[in-house]
Design a protein around this ligand. Structure first.
Ligand SMILES: [Mn+2]
Length: 441
């Protein structure tokens, strides 16, 4: 007998499918009584007992006779007081979960077909990101390009707005060698098809007349036209949606793309902590073995320029706490990322449930970044409710952001003085947060 041949002893009634699965793994011996089970020669890899005949006494008999063999009890309900060496396994459930997964992927493949058709005729496609591209949006764009079997020439990844500044994002672009184009509105004419990932048309106001496809995980806020729309707001990252597209279409995911998507999921869900669901975890687990963790570490360790350390110090000096909300005025900044970085910092302060950081960017806009601890999930909604009328606002459940032109701010507070802005924001945000807590309790 081969040393590594697996032998399975089945005792009781079993579905032929289950027996079939095990016979593919090794030798199956199927008996109907305990006596027969105890009369076998040789050893077994595993003993599987039918739940209908399972009794503690029966398992201890088997245990005495085959002291080295673990015992599984198939299906049936969990025993109230299971003997320590017996595992209860619902085989039907395991198979059911797998079937569901395959079914989901098969259905996703139909979507992918539709998406591919949408852009089929395009000679020059634009994959458009929001104005401040983050790892999730960049990775999703790369994934879409791969999914559509296009290259740098036939599918350009671009964004409007300013050059990206957050050190990790700059590092991601450099280390993964991603060609991200800074566009101005006139450039849009060059493209015969537009796809938006990680953002939806209303974000751009009236700037973009026609969008062919939209793939996003932010909640849908208003209606718009697009041939293909996939808004899965239950997912923690657009990268999760794109990973399922690639898997369902059986497209090979390169090391570079795996690394990018993994980083996208990591950052949007703060290492699977914020707004992550089972799909995010599944996508993460799938990508992990194929990603380059060395590159990831280099991206994440991106240094903050020493000249900017001073800004952090100055900003922190100007903080206050009102109703468990941490506020910090970052002041005038050249690079926007300092503001969300400070909001991230504030949420770590003991006893804090919300953290708000704001500052004035390139002398023209007030940028507000907000975080909450997670169980009061409505940061994006809060930002929209408060600031949508006067600027652009939105975000996830536990992280939100608003960008408001200073001209609008002046209309409300009378002047652009930082003192007045501080008072105004402290008031509107603390009132809204208290109201929200009231509603949800
Ligand atoms: Mn995202």
């Amino acid at each position: 007998m081969e040393a590594n041949l697996k032998r399975y002893l089945f005792l009781g009634e079993f579905d032929s499918i289950l027996l079939g699965f095990f016979s593919k793994r090794g030798e199956v011996i199927w008996v109907s009584s305990l006596d027969e089970a105890l009369n076998q020669t040789g050893n077994f890899t595993l003993i599987i007992v039918d739940s209908n005949i399972f009794k503690t006494k029966l398992s201890s008999n088997l245990r005495t006779h085959y002291p080295q063999t673990p015992i599984l009890v198939s299906n049936g309900d969990k025993h109230t007081d299971p003997p320590p060496y017996v595992r209860f396994v619902k085989f039907e459930e395991i198979i059911d979960t797998q079937i569901m997964k395959e079914e989901k992927l098969a259905r996703t493949e139909l979507k992918v077909e539709e998406l591919r058709k949408t852009h089929e005729k395009s000679k020059k496609l634009l994959i458009l990101l929001h104005d401040h591209p983050d790892p999730d949006s960049i990775a999703s764009a790369l994934a879409l390009r791969t999914l559509l079997k296009r290259n740098k020439q036939t599918a350009v990844i671009g964004h409007l707005g300013e050059k990206i500044s957050r050190p990790e994002n700059v590092a991601m672009i450099e280390i993964l060698d991603i060609d991200l184009h800074e566009l101005v509105p006139e450039d849009l004419k060059e493209y015969d098809s537009i796809s938006m990932v990680d953002v939806q048309p209303p974000y751009f106001g009236d700037l973009i007349e026609r969008v062919d496809s939209v793939i996003d995980h932010h909640p849908q806020v208003s209606k718009y036209e697009a041939d293909f729309q996939d808004i899965s707001s239950e997912e923690g990252a657009t990268s999760t949606i794109m990973t399922s597209y690639l898997r369902s279409a059986q497209v090979e995911i390169s090391e570079r793309l795996s690394t990018a998507l993994l980083y996208g999921i990591r950052t949007d869900t703060v290492v699977l902590n914020r707004d992550a669901n089972a799909d995010d975890i599944e996508a993460f687990t799938f990508l992990y073995p194929n990603a380059n963790l060395g590159l990831l570490r280099r991206i994440e360790r991106a240094e903050i320029p020493s000249t900017e350390i001073k800004c952090f110090g100055q900003a922190l000096a100007d903080h206050w706490i009102e109703k468990n909300i941490f506020f910090v005025n970052v002041g005038r900044v050249k690079r926007e990322y300092l503001i969300p970085k400070m909001a991230d910092f504030g949420i770590q302060v003991k006893g804090i449930e919300w953290s708000v950081a704001f500052g004035i960017l390139s002398k023209t806009h007030l940028v507000i970044s907000i975080r909450n601890v997670g169980y009061v999930k409505s940061a994006g909604r809060l930002m929209r409710e408060l600031f949508n009328e006067i600027g652009s606002a939105g975000g996830h459940r536990s992280a939100g952001k608003a960008v408001i032109p200073l001209s609008q701010v002046r209309k409300i507070v009378g002047s652009g003085s930082q003192d007045k802005i501080k008072k105004w924001l402290t008031k509107v945000i603390s009132v809204a947060v208290v109201e929200k807590n009231g509603n949800e309790n």
